[in-house]
Design a protein around this ligand. Structure first.
Ligand SMILES: [Cu+2]
Length: 197
């Protein structure tokens, strides 16, 4: 979405410049005379800064929305890596954590607080978000959202010892009833309609 808005802004500015350039070539001296100062003032400064400021304001708005801060009523999950397992805790949402499987509600933003117990690992669910390091004694935050219910494979993306290759996990995105059942204590194995595990 942001990419498209930027493209439209850039295309509009480019098209305008091309039209002016073509007009200059095709009809030299045509149109009302404009002083050099007015060209530079309105075209060079006014137009450019208006377009750039509008795009900048838009980019900031989108950036704020994507920032990994917990929204009210949002879901925060703590992911803890160690040689060679992943543990997921859901804070006040659910009394018991899960291992090797991270459960989240589909269609809602989730903040994952990523940390590690022993060495540096890296939390990566390629279909949902970029990588983020899992560092002992430090918490990194990542915001992600699963558009649809399903299972999404996750891996450790930082070499972390001989068990690194199998240091993976699964993300289980549930619809609203499934998520409600999960937070009230149902085992994730009973909630997954998929059979990847
Ligand atoms: Cu690892």
């Amino acid at each position: 979405m942001m990419w498209r808005v930027m493209l439209i802004g850039a295309t509009g500015a480019f098209a305008l410049v091309m039209v002016l350039l073509a007009a200059g070539f095709l009809r030299p001296g045509g149109g009302a005379p404009v002083s050099v100062g007015a060209w530079l003032g309105w075209g060079g400064v006014g137009f450019v800064s208006t377009v750039l400021l509008a795009l900048l304001a838009y980019a900031f708005t989108v950036g704020l929305r994507l920032a990994p801060t917990a929204s009210p009523g949002g879901v925060t999950i703590t992911a803890t890596a160690e040689q060679w397992r992943w543990r997921f805790d859901y804070g006040p949402l659910r009394s018991g954590g899960t291992e090797a499987i991270m459960v989240l509600p589909a269609g809602r933003p989730v903040v994952v607080q990523v940390t590690a117990r022993d060495v540096i690992h890296s939390f990566w669910v390629p279909r949902l978000a970029g990588k983020i390091d899992a560092i002992p004694g430090h918490v990194n935050r990542l915001r992600l959202q699963a558009a649809a219910p399903g299972e999404y494979a996750g891996v450790c993306a930082e070499f972390c010892g001989i068990g690194h290759r199998s240091h993976g996990f699964m993300v289980l995105a549930l619809d609203e009833p499934g998520w409600n059942a999960f937070v009230s204590g149902t085992d994730p194995d009973e909630l997954s309609p998929w059979t990847l595990r």
